[in-house]
Every structure is written in C-alpha cells, then in structure tokens.
Ligand binder design. Structure first.
Ligand SMILES: *[C@@H]1O[C@H](CO)[C@@H](O)[C@H](O)[C@H]1NC(C)=O
Ligand SMILES: *[C@@H]1O[C@H](CO)[C@@H](O)[C@H](O)[C@H]1NC(C)=O
Ligand SMILES: *[C@@H]1O[C@H](CO)[C@@H](O)[C@H](O)[C@H]1NC(C)=O
Length: 462
C-alpha cells in the first residue's frame, strides 16, 4: 500500500538514485517483495522505495552482478530464476524447472549462479545464462534456505532449517563439506558474509537473534539478541547490518559490531523477503584460477579450497573425462520415466540420479515411453491427448506422430532395427504399427484382444 505505481518515472528515479548513491556512497538496498523487486536508499529519510521490476508472482531471493549491471531473483511460483539489467523494465528467465528456489547467490568472480531448492533438497550451480546447470549437493539436505559465497576464499555457506538445523560450509565445487554451526540454532534464515573482517552473520527467526562467527564457525558471539520478531534475510555494508522482518514488515538496521543504533529503514512493506546491499564494494575483483581460459575446462570451472584451487565440472548427469577438463558428449546410460504430466530422464552415470524434466508442453496423461538410440528420439503415448508423440531427449522438436483413429494408446515399443513403432490401444483393442516417422500405418492384430497393455519387441528373433 502507498507505493507509487511502476512506470517510466520510477525507472528514472531508479537510475538517478543509483547514480547519486554511487557518488555519495550511501548504500542502496535491493530487496525482494514477492510482487516486485525494489531499491531503497539505506540512508534515505523519506522512506521511499523504487521498483526495479514489477508484476512478479512470488519473488523470494535476490542477488546482483555489479560489473554487468545485472539483477537476479528467484520466483517460487514460477519456479524459475530470472534476471534484468537494472536500467531495463524487461526481464527474462535464466533457469526454469525449479521447485522451491529459496536461496540465490551470484559468484561475481566465476560468473555463476548458485541456488538452494528446499523441495528437491539440492544446491545447484549454472552459468549466468542458465547453461551447464549442475547439482552440487544432494545428500543430507532438509530445508536449505539462504546461501552466501566467498569466492575469494572459494567457499560457499548455507543455512538449513530442517529437522537438524545447521549452517554448513563447502567448497564452491561441493568439496570439503562441513557443518560449522549446529548448536543453539532453530530457524536459521538469513546469512551474509563480511568479506573485510572475515565474519559470518546469520539471523534466527525462532530464537530471535543475529549472531556472528568466524568463517569456520568458531568465536561465535551475539550481535542482536531477544529483541527481534521474525528476521528473515540480512546483509551488510561497511559498519551497518540490514535485515528484513516478516512480522514488522520492515527493513531494519544496526551497527554490526555492537548491535546498537537500531533503526527502521523502510516500513509497511508488502512482504519483505531477501535483501542485498547493491554496491561494488560487496563484489571485489581478484584473479582466480578460472579467470584464464575458463581453467581449461570444457564446461564449468568451479573454485575449490583444495589444490589446484579449482575443479572442472559437467552439466548434471554427464561425466568428466579422464583428463579432468573435458565433459563427455552426454549421459551414457539414461532411465526414462513417464509421469502423468511430464517426462523425465535420469542419468545413471553419476551417483546423484537427478531427474531432469523434458521441456515438452501439453503432456496430459503420458503412459508408455520408449527410445530410439539411432536417431535419439523419445516416443510416448498420451491417453488424454489421444496421440503418439516424439521429441529429442532434451524435449526439442516435439511432434505428434499419430492422432487419428486412436482411442486409449497404452503400450509402445520401438523396433530400432527395422525402424518401426508398435503400440497397443485398450480402446480399439488393437495392436498397430507405423514407420518411426508415422507413415505406413497398419493394424497388425485386431481380434481376440481385450485390454492389450504392455508391449516389448525382440527384433533379433523377429
Ligand atoms: C543501460 O545502461 C547501459 C550501460 O550503462 C547502456 O549502454 C544502455 O544503453 C542502457 N539501456 C537503457 C535501456 O537505458
Ligand atoms: C528440429 O527443429 C529445428 C528447429 O525447429 C529444425 O530446424 C529441424 O529440422 C528439426 N529436426 C527434425 C529432425 O525434425
Ligand atoms: C518416412 O520414413 C520412410 C522410411 O524411413 C521414408 O521412406 C519416408 O520417405 C518417410 N516419410 C516422411 C514423410 O518423412
């Protein structure tokens, strides 16, 4: 309530505010507000905020890449990570097919996005454009939420507010994972790193405090205790700590050492979620082993605390070759799965067995699935669309092969030798065949079938 409507005027205020703040070095706070992403001046007095992007479904986590003027956020309704350039009103999807992306962090040195998903219980990484997406952590995660990076020291940190609440640390390549805080912790929400003093700050919504510790979890001490209502996310700039609170629906600030000088930056916020201080000082540049030629990696070059301080990595489900640099062309053994409203593939080459949804629209009641290794097409029957369809294994080139005179297509089988497709129909009670491209359709058996279902072929023995 009371916010100015979005429009060109706001964009103007935004660029002006941005310029002034950079010149006056007054911190600009970037925050997600479910329906929009906003900026507010950390030293401002009028309590005004400017809209960066509006008309969003459910923006939760935010981060930015200062050098490239990019702002990223997760949308938990759209199940996606999106981005905008901060002087543009348009936005685009970077990563889709997520479940509940609660935390997001931008690796400004390696130019990567890291995020947590509290439904799939995974931590993933991808390039800034969403390519080479990889699952980094998939075991022993319960409700991962906030994630923070320290690319200078090549570590990532995250909070988990599940059955065994804790803060964990691992290398940015997923190595050297370790629990660093698991006592006196209940709902760890926000997490941020003080790069200068090398401290970790976090907010606990149940225990109503903000604590800090060294980056390995040692030397823990209280910053603000007992007076908070429901702190959610936190961030810092120089001497000041900023946080959002779900109950006060405000952004608050205090001195990061003493916890004193508590003040309110902005109140009456619709739904304050994640918050970041938008300034170059939060993203200092240094050379990394990935700076030159992507570390020699064919796909992902990830920073690591272990010698040689980086490791090459491949998209989910794909193995790295013995050279330690190059990825194989794709997964070698894949399990295909038809669910009612989507198709999934699971690489059996790697231990994480992550399921990836094929990007095919309008799957309503998929039943049977088969694969042709020669051309690389996946074939399936859909009992509600009443069709046999196919697409490539990434979901591209989806087409309908058969949709005439088809009732309840059920089982399906590819004859990869003679290049034919067989299926059963429990409506017409027939077994039929066509070429793999849908031509030359023929009824093979139409008598003495009652409810023909599964079908398999043995081409070698005919
Ligand atoms: C946004 O800013 C960049 C760099 O400052 C500039 O090149 C570009 O033209 C601007 N775009 C718009 C739409 O104003
Ligand atoms: C797949 O789709 C692309 C783009 O629409 C098209 O150029 C290509 O010919 C298609 N391939 C097949 C085998 O249908
Ligand atoms: C379908 O496949 C058959 C055999 O592979 C081929 O002879 C025919 O030209 C194809 N038809 C179309 C429309 O692609």
């Amino acid at each position: 309530a009371g916010f100015p409507p979005p429009g060109p005027a706001i964009t103007c205020i935004l660029s002006l505010t941005l310029k002034q703040s950079l010149m006056l070095s007054s911190p600009l706070l970037l925050f997600a507000n479910r329906r929009d992403v906003r900026l507010v001046d950390g030293e401002g007095v009028q309590g005004e905020s400017a809209i960066v992007v509006s008309e969003l479904e459910d923006a939760a986590a935010v981060d930015f890449l200062f050098d490239e003027s990019l702002i990223f956020w997760t949308d938990v309704s759209e199940e996606a990570i999106k981005q905008t350039h901060w002087n543009q009103s348009s936005n685009s999807v970077v990563v889709s097919g997520l479940n509940s992306p609660d935390g997001l962090a931008c690796d400004w040195l390696g130019k990567k996005l890291y995020w947590t998903d509290s439904e799939t219980n995974r931590i993933e990484v991808a390039n800034l454009d969403g390519t080479s997406r990889k699952v980094l952590v998939w075991m022993d995660l319960d409700q991962p939420r906030a994630i923070a990076l320290n690319p200078g020291q090549r570590y990532m940190y995250w909070t988990d507010w599940g059955e065994e609440p804790r803060i964990e640390r691992a290398g940015m390549d997923g190595s050297s994972r370790k629990v660093i805080v698991n006592k006196n912790i209940h709902w760890p929400n926000g997490l941020t790193i003080d790069l200068v003093e090398e401290k970790l700050y976090w907010a606990d919504a149940k225990l109503s405090f903000i604590h800090r510790a060294n980056l390995d979890g040692s030397a823990r001490e209280a910053v603000v205790e007992g007076t908070l209502t429901h702190p959610f996310a936190l961030t810092l700039s120089k001497e000041t700590l900023y946080w959002t609170d779900w109950q006060t629906r405000s952004i608050h600030a205090c001195n990061k050492h003493s916890g004193d000088k508590t003040r309110e930056i902005l109140s009456g916020i619709y739904s304050p979620m994640d918050i970041q201080v938008l300034e170059p000082y939060r993203q200092p540049y240094i050379q990394t082993p990935c700076s030159n030629d992507n570390g020699g990696c064919s796909h992902l070059c990830l920073l690591s605390p272990l010698q040689p301080f980086y490791s090459c990595a491949c998209p989910t489900g794909v193995q790295l070759k013995a050279d330690g640099k190059t990825c194989k062309p794709g997964a070698e053994q894949v399990l295909l799965l038809a669910r009612r409203t989507d198709l999934r593939r699971i690489s059996l080459d790697l231990p994480d067995f992550t399921d990836i949804v094929l990007q095919v629209h309008d799957i309503r009641h998929a039943i049977a699935i088969d694969y042709d290794p020669v051309e690389g097409f996946v074939y399936w029957t859909d009992d509600e669309v009443r069709a046999i369809r196919r697409s490539y294994i990434d979901g591209s080139n989806a087409t309908i092969l058969v949709n005439m005179d088809i009732n309840h297509p059920d089982g399906i089988a590819v004859d990869w030798v003679a290049r034919n497709l067989y299926w059963t129909d429990t409506g017409t009670d027939r077994i039929e065949v066509t070429r793999l491209n849908g031509t030359s359709r023929k009824i093979l058996i139409s008598e003495d079938l009652e409810e023909p279902r599964a079908i398999v072929l043995d081409p070698v023995n005919g």
